[in-house]
Design a protein around this ligand. Structure first.
Ligand code: SAM
Length: 271
């Protein structure tokens, strides 16, 4: 996109957005110069971020496929991001052609592009804030598409690290979990800094502080386990996204897990 394209209300192309920076990591074109500058600054600090972003998408696809096979045919994708390849409804529909998906994001550009590209008779795209979970769940379009009296998978992929307030993140997880009937699932992926030094941490924070999200909060396995409280965590537990049920041939080596390195961690819990 150029900075002169017609802009949805509330968008300042000069302020980087986490949705559009992530779009740049994935090689997308739905971003402005300010997003690319900030994303490139982060890539210099963490050169593996592009591969991590793709590994995060692949984890999400594997989790959605697994849950669809297990009979979960409703998905609430919170912090869904800009449309990309393998959007959640496309993945789910390969297994369950009638699966229903609501995409939720705070970013008005995600809403505009999502409405154009992701809206179908079985899907909807709404604007809501994960930090206000009661209002989010009460959004009328969610009720139009999903039946929360039946099992649903709540997807929180790479979004909770944009909620720095620990009490708030605990509360929002508790509110979301409280609305889920047995058989429902929560899928989380989350940034984890590993054993980086202070200088690297500061350099990585800088571009994210420029965004409306105001920073990137690392959480490790212990904290993610707390956030999954009340849910049965599926195997293999809390691991980097690449190591969560990877598709591999018998003769291939296991994906190594080294929690001293920066990672996007994955976890799936069942209610
Ligand atoms: N879930 C997708 C994935 O994992 O591929 C996209 C992740 S992208 C890194 C994070 C998304 O979360 C962005 O689209 C951003 O706009 C959205 N987001 C950030 N803060 C949010 C909030 N408070 N409520 C809802 N969405 C939010």
């Amino acid at each position: 996109m150029t900075d002169h394209d017609v802009m949805p209300e509330g968008i300042d192309p000069g302020v980087p957005s986490v949705a559009r920076m992530y779009n740049h990591y994935l090689g997308g074109k739905d971003n402005f110069a300010a997003d690319r500058v900030a994303a490139e600054e982060f890539i210099r600090v963490l050169p593996g971020i592009r591969e991590m972003a793709w590994a995060n998408r692949a984890f999400l696809s594997r989790a959605v496929t697994l849950l669809a096979h297990q009979g979960v045919h409703q998905f609430l994708d919170i912090g869904s991001g800009l449309p990309t390849r393998e959007n959640v409804h496309e993945v789910a529909h390969r297994v369950a052609p009638r699966a229903r998906v609501v995409y939720v994001d705070i970013d008005p550009i995600v809403l505009a592009h999502g409405r154009a590209l992701l809206q179908t008779p079985l899907t909807s795209v709404v604007r809501a804030d994960v930090r206000e979970p009661e209002a989010l769940l009460a959004h009328p379009e969610i009720g139009d598409v999903l039946d929360l009296t039946r099992p649903v998978a709540v997807l929180l992929a790479s979004v909770l690290h944009f909620v720095p307030d620990e009490a708030l993140v605990t509360r929002l997880m508790s509110v979301l979990r409280g609305r889920l009937v047995p058989g429902s699932h929560v899928v989380v992926s989350h940034a984890f800094e590993g054993d980086i030094d202070d200088e690297t941490r500061e350099a990585g924070q800088r571009p994210y502080r420029l965004t409306g999200a105001g920073g990137l909060t690392s959480r490790g396995p212990e904290r993610l386990a707390e956030l999954m409280d009340g849910l049965e965590v599926l195997e293999p537990g809390i691991v980097p996204v690449q190591a969560w049920r990877p598709e591999r041939h018998e003769d291939e080596e296991e994906v190594p897990v080294d929690l001293t390195l920066p990672a996007i961690l994955a976890v799936v819990g069942r209610r």
